[in-house]
Design a binder for this molecule. Structure first.
Ligand SMILES: Nc1ncnc2c1ncn2[C@@H]1O[C@H](COP(=O)(O)OP(=O)(O)OP(=O)(O)O)[C@@H](O)[C@H]1O
Ligand SMILES: O=C(O)c1ccc[n+]([C@@H]2O[C@H](COP(=O)([O-])O)[C@@H](O)[C@H]2O)c1
Length: 217
């Protein structure tokens, strides 16, 4: 039997505990031995991040240095075109072969926008979606047709993620972490502490690099 491979994509500007903790808990809950973190280079759906790709990658390296669960994948950083998940998962599927179970991990907010993603249908042809809870976002889709699409693919059995190669959406029962990169950037600009929100090594790097600096006004 092929082992379930999980990919966790993001902008990570910067990486924080709202990324790391739900995924660590998820890994325990459903039996993931490794999670591949994949920073994007050109986010398809939002302005270019404040930190450079190199800085975001370095912050991830610092964040996972003492966490053997995670490894880093730089494939999207090597592409200068928009980092479309559909394209990335197509490549990943070719590499892993047709039978290996693959999953893409997202937060609840990403599920809500998912039907607007580039070629979103093909994403489920190549992988499962695992959705971590996030406070402040509903677990139902805004449009009826998208809700129907969600229900067609939902599974409540985590074993499906291991036994099928792709096509299921699993709403994981991970705890809420009320942290966002936007909040961290805002708090740092205002000179407010963020120690509880992200690893110390990442915070130190942010300060060394002068990222997300306090504004003078
Ligand atoms: N607190 C959180 N709980 C659960 N999932 C999260 C949380 N923060 C981010 N995620 C998920 O992690 C992935 C990467 O998120 P991203 O790098 O955009 O972080 P973010 O905090 O949402 O950033 P920003 O505030 O800049 O939009 C997305 O799928 C997102 O839904
Ligand atoms: O492919 C798309 O159209 C697409 C649209 C929105 C988000 N994504 C990917 O979803 C992941 C989470 O996005 P974000 O903005 O919350 O960091 C990240 O890997 C993005 O590149 C992908």
């Amino acid at each position: 039997m092929h082992r379930l491979q999980a990919l966790f994509g993001g902008t990570f500007d910067p990486v924080h505990y709202g990324h790391l903790k739900p995924v660590e808990i998820l890994a325990n809950q459903i039996g993931l031995q490794c999670v591949t973190i994949m920073p994007n280079n050109v986010p398809p759906h939002r302005p270019q991040p404040d930190a450079s790709s190199t800085q975001r990658k370095h912050m991830l390296e610092l964040a996972i240095a003492d966490k053997p669960l995670f490894r880093l994948d730089e494939r999207e950083l090597r592409r200068d075109s928009p980092s479309y998940t559909a394209q990335t998962l197509q490549e990943w599927r070719v590499e892993q072969g047709p039978e290996t179970p693959l999953a893409f991990i997202i937060g609840q907010d990403s599920l809500l926008t998912f039907p607007s993603w580039h070629q979103y249908h093909t994403i489920l042809e190549n992988s499962h979606l695992i959705v971590c809870r996030r406070p402040g976002y509903p677990l139902t889709m805004r449009e009826e047709q998208h809700q129907q699409w969600l229900e067609q693919h939902l599974t409540y059995q985590s074993e499906d993620l291991h036994s099928l190669p792709a096509g299921k959406i699993y709403l994981a029962e991970t705890p809420w972490f009320d942290i966002s990169a936007t909040l961290i950037r805002q708090r740092l600009q205002q000179g407010l502490p963020c120690d509880e929100m992200l690893p110390t090594a990442v915070l130190r790097y942010i300060q060394q690099q002068g990222l997300y600096q306090k504004s003078d006004n």
